[in-house]
Design a protein around this ligand. Structure first.
Ligand code: PHE
Length: 330
């Protein structure tokens, strides 16, 4: 049986070991043949013959199991060597990511209002007619509802065209006093140098007892906010119109590029329009069931702020993912 031990020991792959197993332990193998021989062994020797054979078989089986384990281990080892990735290896590149300029600007805006005790509210991007238009005093014939501007869904809902519906949702879910901002994504059918179909706004709303909120509060907070964002600029309030505010005002800052003397960016006016705002229209309060309150609201486009802060000439470049632009914000 010595040569059978050799056969197992010399198997150097799982395949040759399996061949040896069949040769030794198989139905027609060497051990089976030995047991057959037992028939011709004289009766008085049978017991010793069988005992010896069983001892040999046990020994060979143990040897086989050991060999199998060893070969399986080295096969696994070889596989790991072949497919190994050393995650601790230095790849020669040491780069960090950065926030996208729109998100960085968004965070800066949010930081200001959170420091002024505004809460952050969110609403759905797919809105119904009531929240996006009707409750905001946008009657059915209003031009802002034109197919030109709004993405209509088949079921009569829309992709929200501004963050103002969050004003309505917040007022209907809670009671005054309210002091909130709502940062978020909005959608309009528009695409040129200064418009993309998706962009970001930050909405603001403050509501309290009628004698507690005035235009002076709106003026203070927006002036302070714009100085925080743009530094030492002049701020101008210009009469305007929004269906959901009365009076309404658009807010300009003196051009940060030419300091007000007139350039290409400000179209030679010396001023840059940065915000829409006003005192909440009584019809809006009526729609949400509020009485004896006063409030102001504002809305701004985050991309516009990012473009001004970083002197980015084309709004569309913010969404092209061009590394040459993005790497500058690391
Ligand atoms: N929702 C207006 C817009 O998208 C901005 C705005 C918000 C104006 C709140 C006044 C008050 O243009």
């Amino acid at each position: 049986m010595k040569n059978l031990e050799e056969l197992i020991k010399s198997a150097d792959t799982l395949k040759t070991l399996e061949e040896a197993r069949i040769e030794i332990f198989g139905k027609k193998g060497i051990l089976a043949a030995e047991f057959v021989k037992m028939k011709s062994v004289p009766n008085e020797e049978k017991k010793a013959f069988a005992q010896n054979l069983n001892i040999q078989k046990t020994k060979l089986t143990e040897l086989f199991e050991q060999r199998k384990e060893t070969l399986e281990e080295s096969a696994l080892e070889a596989l790991m060597q072949k497919s190994a990735i050393d995650v601790t290896l230095f790849n020669g590149v040491n780069e960090s990511g950065a926030l996208h300029p729109v998100m960085e600007t968004m965070n800066k805006i949010i930081d200001y209002f959170v420091s002024m005790n505004f809460s952050i509210q969110e609403g759905p991007m797919v809105e119904d007619d009531f929240h996006n238009f009707e409750a905001l005093n946008l009657p059915k014939h209003h031009p802002a509802r034109d197919m030109q501007d709004t993405f209509y869904m088949n079921d009569g809902t829309v992709l929200r065209t501004h963050t103002s519906p969050v004003q309505i949702r917040t007022m209907m879910q809670s009671k005054p006093p309210i002091r909130m901002i709502s940062p978020g994504t909005v959608f309009r059918r528009d695409f040129d140098l200064t418009h993309t179909p998706m962009f970001h706004q930050v909405e603001g709303l403050v509501v309290d007892d009628a004698d507690k909120v005035s235009f002076a509060h709106l003026k203070f907070i927006l002036e302070d906010f714009l100085h925080y964002m743009f530094g030492d600029v002049e701020v101008r309030f210009r009469p305007s119109f929004f269906p959901f505010t009365e009076p309404s005002t658009e807010v300009d800052i003196s051009c940060i590029f030419c300091k007000g003397s007139g350039c290409r960016v400000c179209s030679k006016t010396g001023w840059l329009e940065v915000l829409g705002s006003g005192m909440v229209d009584p019809n809006v309060f009526k729609a949400v069931g509020y009485e004896n309150v006063s409030g102001y609201a504002f809305g701004l486009g985050v991309e516009r702020f990012a473009m001004l802060l970083h002197e980015i000439p084309d709004l569309r470049s913010l969404f092209e993912g061009d590394m040459r632009l993005l790497e500058q914000f690391r």
